[in-house]
Design a protein around this ligand. Structure first.
Ligand code: G3I
Length: 331
C-alpha cells in the first residue's frame, strides 16, 4: 500500500532522527519520514535541557508530538536519552551531594520512562560514557552524575530503567569506536571494559548502540570493529546503529564525488558489523542534508554545504541511502 514506508519489508528496520522545527513547519520533511522510516528518534526533546528547563518542571510537548506522529504512521519511536553529559540544564550544576544526585536521576527516569512505558520500546539509557581520549580502561566521561556518584550512576540508571519498563530494550550508546588509530582502539577497549563490568554484575543492559558519526577522512578499522561486535554478541548483547551520518568537511569538493566517498565509508562500517551480526535497527541522524547537526561542528571551508545524510536538500536519495538499503534488506 502507498502508506507503507519503502523500508517496510527490509530485514532491518530503517529510521531517522527527527528535528522539531521542520517537523512542525515543513510538509516535505514529514512526507520524507513517512515515505522511508519505520522508526524515529527525537534529535532533541527527551534530553534533560529540553524536558527539564527547571528542577520542578517536565515539558513533554515535543516528545508527545513525535510519539503521536509515530503512532499515526505505524512507526516505533526510540528514546534518546536519559543519562548524558551533554544538553544538561544549568540548574543541574546545583545538585550537591551523591544522595541528591541519586534522587534526581532516579526520579527523572521514573517520570520520563514511566510516561512512555510500553510505547517507547528502546531507550538510549546511557549516552557517550567514554571520554574522547581515555586515560585508562576505567576512565569515564565527566558529568554531574559521574562527579557526584562515580561510575555507579551507570548501573543505577540501568537498574532503574529496567524497574520502570521491564519490557524496554536498554541501550548504551557510543561514538568514535570504529576507526583505525590508537586513540580509537583505546576508546573501544575502555567501552568494552565498562560493558563487561556491567554484565558481570548482571546489570540489565540489552544492546549497544553504535552512533556511527563517520568521519569521511578516517578509515574504518574493519577487523577491530568486527572483533568488537563479536565480543558484544558473546555477552548476549544486540547491536544497533543509532545515529549514522558521514562528516564530510574534509572530503574534496564535488558533491557527487563526496557522496560516493561517504557511501563507501558507510559501506565499510555496515559491512564490518554485518559480517558478525545483523543490527536490530539502522537509524540516521536526520533524513535530509537540509537539517543536520554536522555544520554546527564540522563546517566546510569551501563555502559548500555538508552532505552527511541519505537524502539531499531537495529530498532526493543519495548513494548513502542505497548502501543502507543494501544492508538493511539483508536477504
Ligand atoms: O531550537 C533552537 C532554535 O530555536 C534556535 O534558533 C537555534 C539557534 O542556535 O538553536 C536551536 O537549538 C539547537 C538544536 O540543536 C537544534 O536542533 C541547540 O542550540 C543545539 O544545542 C542542538 O544541538 C543538538 C546537540 O545534540 C545537543 O543537544 C543537535 O541538534 C543534535 O544533533 C546533537 O545530537 C547529538 C546526540 O544527541 C548524541 N550524539 C551526537 C549527536 C551530534 O552531536
Amino acid at each position: 500500500a502507498s502508506d507503507r514506508p519503502r523500508s517496510a519489508d527490509w530485514a532491518i528496520p530503517f529510521g531517522a532522527a527527527i528535528r522539531d522545527w521542520p517537523f512542525q513547519n515543513e510538509p516535505a520533511y514529514r512526507s520524507a519520514l513517512i515515505a522511508h522510516c519505520r522508526q524515529i528518534v527525537g534529535e532533541g526533546g527527551l534530553k534533560w535541557a529540553d524536558i527539564r528547563p527547571t528542577r520542578e518542571s517536565f515539558v513533554f510537548d515535543q516528545p508527545d508530538r513525535h510519539m503521536a506522529f509515530a503512532r499515526q504512521n505505524g512507526m516505533e519511536m526510540r528514546g534518546h536519552t536519559l543519562v548524558w553529559y551533554g544538553a544538561m540544564p544549568e540548574w543541574t550544576k546545583t545538585i550537591g551531594s551523591s544522595t541528591e544526585a541519586e534522587r534526581e536521576l532516579v526520579g527523572h527516569i521514573e517520570t520520563v520512562m514511566g510516561r512512555y512505558r510500553g510505547r517507547i520500546k528502546s531507550w538510549d539509557v546511557i549516552n557517550e560514557p567514554i571520554p574522547d581520549d581515555p586515560a585508562s580502561r576505567s576512565d569515564i566521561r565527566p558529568s554531574i552524575w559521574q562527579q557526584r556518584m562515580g561510575e555507579a550512576h551507570i548501573a543505577l540508571a540501568l537498574r532503574t530503567a529496567a524497574r520502570i519498563d521491564p519490557q524496554a530494550q536498554l541501550v548504551m550508546n557510543e561514538y568514535d569506536i570504529e576507526y583505525v588509530g590508537d586513540r580509537f582502539r583505546r576508546k573501544r577497549e575502555a567501552f568494552l571494559r565498562l560493558i563487561r563490568d556491567l554484565k558481570l554484575r548482571n546489570t540489565p543492559l540489552h544492546a549497544i548502540g553504535l552512533q556511527g558519526h563517520l568521519r569521511g577522512e578516517v578509515a574504518i578499522d574493519r577487523d577491530g570493529l568486527s572483533a568488537f561486535i563479536a565480543e558484544i554478541r558473546s555477552m548476549g548483547l544486540d547491536v544497533l546503529v543509532t545515529e549514522l551520518d558521514v562528516i564530510d568537511n574534509k572530503l574534496p569538493g564535488p558533491p557527487d564525488l563526496r557522496d560516493a566517498m561517504a557511501a563507501a565509508r558507510a559501506y565499510d562500517f555496515l559491512q564490518a558489523i554485518q559480517t558478525v551480526a545483523r543490527p536490530k535497527a539502522i537509524l540516521t541522524w536526520g533524513i535530509t542534508d537540509k537539517y543536520t547537526w554536522v555544520p554546527l561542528w564540522f563546517k566546510r571551508t569551501d563555502g559548500l554545504a555538508n552532505r552527511p545524510l541519505p537524502f539531499d536538500e531537495a529530498y532526493q536519495p543519495k548513494l548513502l541511502m542505497r548502501v543502507i538499503e543494501h544492508f538493511a534488506k539483508d536477504p
